[in-house]
Design a protein around this ligand. Structure first.
Ligand code: PLP
Length: 497
């Protein structure tokens, strides 16, 4: 009697049947359900069992054999190949090189050697990482674009791409930028490995060791690190609720000031959005003093409130260096961002990009261009933006209900983070430690500062967690703040904690 394999395929799915069979058999081999030398059912039997044409099974078996998962012998059948995993990994012998003494100053600096956030476990409520939760990542839509690219582009998708990025992708990016009011031609765009690399390119191209770069008092930690790697000296400029203070900029010694780095649509971490008037004032300051602006628009397309769209700095001044990314609105794992450069720097940035890493993956660039051309980004945003709005509203409501007096929440107009100013004298890093003990992970202001005496606050990401977990996170955080306030009060009055 013929054995049944238990393998099933779903005729209603858009995935081709041979592919489903391939995936299912690989899954079983990898899980150990189909052991080494296990004989797969004859193609005719499996085709009957799963209700597919025999050619479908023949194709799946042939793909499995090509990928090394099975081997076939004429007249005998198809058998699972033994997969060796990890058996050959060997650690190198411990040597005597005094590595730590050989490290460069910047590699050893506190800013560059800061640790990554604590590893994820499902029981910790994650308000730290600025990336979408898994249900908001468009893997199925992107898989279709990769499949299509490999089928249509074939070997072309496996070559080196031009260092400045594929023209097709740069054209699609320019169309996307036009929708957001950012003037650019495809020649102005250099595709980068995330906008972090765009920042690195800007620092390498323009900053000499010891040059000053101005930025917010609390600023994106990756910008602080990229500028530190270029040996820049940082000048932290105060800001108010309209953005970086242009009058304070006037008081900065301009003699060696090379750049002003700013995030007009939502400053990371404080969420402050630069008003239209302030944007004009900052552009005027830049033109008057001949200090270029670096506009980091990491939250493009993530405008959460109606009427939130304001003219980008680049629309007010063609000499602005504009950084964009697909990490926050789409998926950080793509590692695709871009730099929009003034015409006279196009060649410089292209050469630098080539010298750094020879350019980005052609396969990913073709797939992303396909994604954009098919209108999938718009469709993805139509699904995710309402969810982000809901998550923000739920978090901000819960914070209003639970936070102790003295905390002030900055409403998130754009992006995926909410900011809390802590009451006078309460230390943000200590609150973050207490919150972690209670199972909530978030970023304290110290992660975004190079000075001690900064405004004490917390950045909360609402992109990753479900609504009930956001509410629970707000409650536990409120307890952590209260605990820290009690400890301080006890400490101040001489009572031991
Ligand atoms: C303000 C800002 N700029 C740039 C980046 C870099 O992002 P990516 O390199 O993924 O484009 C980030 C990442 O968190 C960010 O917060």
């Amino acid at each position: 009697m013929a054995r049944t394999s238990g393998i099933a395929i779903d005729q209603s799915l858009p995935t081709p049947l041979y592919q489903q069979l391939f995936d299912e058999i690989v899954r079983r081999i990898e899980s150990g359900a189909l052991p080494s030398e296990f004989q797969l059912p004859p193609t005719r039997d499996l085709a009957r069992e799963v209700g597919a044409h025999r050619n479908t099974v023949v194709r799946a078996y042939s793909d499995l054999e090509a990928a090394g998962f099975v081997h076939s012998t004429v007249g005998r059948g198809t058998f699972v190949t033994r997969i060796k995993r990890g058996a050959t990994a060997k650690p190198a012998k411990e040597g005597n090189m005094p590595w730590s003494m050989l490290l460069s100053g910047v590699a050893r600096s506190e800013i560059v050697s800061r640790k990554a956030p604590v590893p994820l476990t499902t029981n910790v409520i994650d308000l730290y990482r600025m990336q979408p939760s898994d249900d908001l990542l468009p893997h199925e839509m992107f898989r279709r674009c990769i499949d299509y690219t490999l089928r249509i582009r074939k070997a072309e998708a496996m070559r080196y791409a031009p260092a400045e990025g594929l023209l097709r992708l740069r054209e699609a990016i320019v169309e996307d930028l036009a929708r957001q009011g950012v003037p650019a031609t495809p020649e102005d765009v250099v595709v980068t490995s995330g906008s972090q690399q765009a920042l690195d390119l800007v620092a390498r191209a323009l900053v000499e060791p010891g040059d000053f770069v101005a930025l917010d008092r609390l600023a994106y930690s990756g910008a602080i690190q990229a500028l530190t790697l270029a040996h820049a000296r940082l000048i932290h400029v105060p800001n108010d609720s309209n953005g970086i203070d242009h009058l304070a900029l006037d008081r900065v010694d301009r003699s060696r000031l090379k750049l002003l780095y700013t995030m007009p649509n939502a400053s990371n971490p404080t969420g402050v959005r630069m008003s239209q008037e302030r944007r004009r004032a900052v552009v005027e300051w830049s033109q008057r003093n001949r200090v270029p602006l670096v506009e980091d628009d990491y939250v493009a397309d993530l405008l959460l409130d109606p009427g939130a769209a304001l003219a980008p700095l680049r629309a007010l001044d063609g000499d602005v260096l504009y950084l964009g990314t697909f990490s926050k609105r789409l998926m950080p794992g793509l590692r695709i961002g871009y730099l929009v450069t003034p015409p006279s720097l196009r060649e410089t940035f292209t050469s630098l990009r080539r010298a750094l890493d020879l350019g980005a993956s052609a396969l990913m660039q073709y797939a992303l261009a396909e994604f954009l051309e098919r209108g999938y980004l718009r469709a993805h945003l139509a699904r995710t933006l309402p969810l982000y709005r809901r998550r923000r509203d739920v978090l901000e409501r819960a914070l209003a209900n639970h936070l102790p007096k003295g905390c002030a929440v900055t409403h998130a107009v754009a992006g995926v983070t909410t900011w809390i100013d802590l009451p006078e004298g309460v230390d943000a890093a200590r609150v973050a430690q207490r919150a972690l003990v209670k199972g909530v992970n978030l970023a304290p202001s110290s992660a975004f500062a190079t000075e001690q005496s900064v405004r004490q606050g917390l950045r909360l990401v609402f992109a990753r967690e479900t609504e009930p977990r956001l509410i629970e996170g707000a409650k536990r955080l409120a307890e952590a703040i209260e605990d820290e306030m009690r400890r301080r009060a006890g400490h101040d009055s001489g009572v031991s904690p």
